[in-house]
Design a protein around this ligand. Sequence first.
Ligand code: CAA
Length: 257
Amino acid sequence: MDFIKVTKDHAPYVALIELNRPKELNALNIQLMSELGETLKALDTDDEVRVIILTGNEKAFAAGADIRQMAGKGTIDMLQGELFGIWTQISKTSKPTIAAVSGFALGGGCELAMSCDMIIASESAQFGQPEIKIGVMPGAGGTQRLTRAVGKAKAMEMVLTGKFIDAEEALRYRIINRIVPVEVYMQEATKLASEIAAMSPLATQLAKESVNRAFEVSLEEGLYFERKNYYMLYSSEDQKEGMNAFLEKRKPDFKGK
Ligand code: CAA
């Protein structure tokens, strides 16, 4: 891997993926995105991993898709290229994902963070969809995920002016979970990941799937989907372990079975 660093045992059952093109503010070129896609696919089927943290560095989570790489492209190149399919793959990861964002999360970088399930931001985080300033528009969820998160008026303003919002505003608009000082944003993301990693991975996977379903279907269908997933967990050893541990006043030891 040239452009990402992967630490599988960052914390028990927690994998860490670091975007690693610091000079280019982690601009997302095709190679980085395919490395990310392959890594996520591998981690998603790895029993030793229950939660995935995605991060950049203090200065930049990612400043967007690589403009240098895209500048000379035509429509057919974009259509046939593999760059954008990977964003879809990220949101399809079945394990919980947490973006730890500091500095710039712009364009595809903002879309990448929003493709994760939760976002822990440092005080210096800035979010934006500045594609309009370079003659295009968001192409990996910026008009859809952002609109669902912040509502039409704010999404329109961000997408049509390209202006960035800071961490405080991102929190107000419910793009992120919380803001912490720069020195501890990785610690905070790790703490959240570890908390989730201590749960039954079967339950977290089905719970994640069910929450995401709320964006796709009617309430009635969503409730039906939720109920089936809930019943399904009663055939797991983890359900017995979790409930017995409660009754025996001890900590559960979930095996993902
Ligand atoms: N693509 C390629 N290179 C990028 C980049 C990007 N998205 N963002 C930054 N870089 C490079 C710069 O070209 C520069 O490289 P050189 O030193 O070789 O010139 C280096 O990173 C540092 O950047 P700056 O000197 O510009 O740093 P700054 O602190 O002055 O400004 C910034 C930071 C405001 C983030 C500015 O770099 C910027 O505006 N970047 C582009 C942001 C953007 O438009 N993103 C959207 C991309 S399109 C997209 O993402 C489509 C989609 O929906 C998927």
